[in-house]
Design a protein around this ligand. Structure first.
Ligand code: PGA
Length: 248
């Protein structure tokens, strides 16, 4: 089986202004020696400035959403091409906050991912079950349906990363058991194997997200089918973020 490079991505959500660029520069410097890939998905307003303030040796600057069209009459939206212009190298799609608050469907997420890939950028496609679905034993069905329908046909191991984020674990301090995380990741990989073949499935990276902190990261990263993490709250401060990267 091919060895996959770890991937740690921070998701700053709607946090960060120009006065937080110094925190990004700190993360940039501290992450230089890390062997895996590291990204910080920032608010669009600071992407360009962040890019001016990093060494470009390791840290990739990214965004958290985009419109699926390249341009047009979509007031307030930005396209993948525009984010690339600003310096984004990676764009998250399908985060549960987008699915829940903005009612984004698998179909629209797939179109967004396709536009990101067509702009020669990397996309992180997020999936995850609600607490209710988990309690009803529907985790596997939910996440497999989401992945099957939100991953575009042009997705492959070089342009797509998948992030499994149980919604009830995001920002709550609660995480599934390690066994549960491992089972879901195995199922997702075997789904990708069915859709895209075993080679792609073995090379594609699957991240876990939801309350990853320096004190639980090591056990999560030790799981065979987990290739890294998507980190919200703990990515905002360089000490916490580097604490996670250092155990990876
Ligand atoms: P959290 O968020 O690490 O703060 O739980 C994860 C995410 O929403 O991607």
């Amino acid at each position: 089986m091919n060895k996959r490079k770890n991937f740690i991505a921070g998701n700053w959500k709607m946090n960060g202004t120009l006065d937080t660029i110094s925190e990004i520069s700190k993360i940039d410097k501290l992450s230089e020696g890390y062997e895996g890939d590291i990204a910080l998905c920032l608010p669009n307003t600071i992407i360009s400035k962040a890019n001016e303030n990093i060494s470009h040796k390791k840290l990739l600057i990214g965004a958290q959403n985009c419109h699926h069209e390249e341009s047009g009459a979509y007031t307030g939206d930005v396209s993948a091409k525009m984010l690339k212009d600003a310096g984004a190298k990676v764009i998250i799609v399908g985060h549960s906050e987008r699915r829940q608050i903005y009612k984004e469907t698998n179909e629209i997420i797939s179109k967004k991912a396709e536009s990101i890939i067509n702009s020669d950028l990397l996309t992180i496609i997020c999936i995850g079950e609600t607490e209710e679905e988990k309690n009803m034993g529907l985790t596997s069905t939910t996440v497999c349906t989401q992945l099957k329908n939100s991953m575009p046909s042009i997705s492959n191991e070089t342009n797509t990363v998948v992030a499994y984020e149980p919604i009830w674990a995001i920002g709550t301090g609660r995480i599934p058991s390690l066994k549960e995380i491992e089972v879901v990741h195995k199922e997702l990989r075997s789904l990708v194997s069915k859709i895209k073949g075993i080679d792609t499935a073995n090379k594609m990276r699957f991240l876990y997200g939801g309350s990853v902190k320096p004190n639980n990261a090591r056990d999560i990263f030790d799981l065979t089918d987990v290739d890294g993490a998507l980190i919200g709250g703990a990515s905002l401060k360089s000490d916490d973020f580097m604490g996670i990267i250092n155990v990876c």
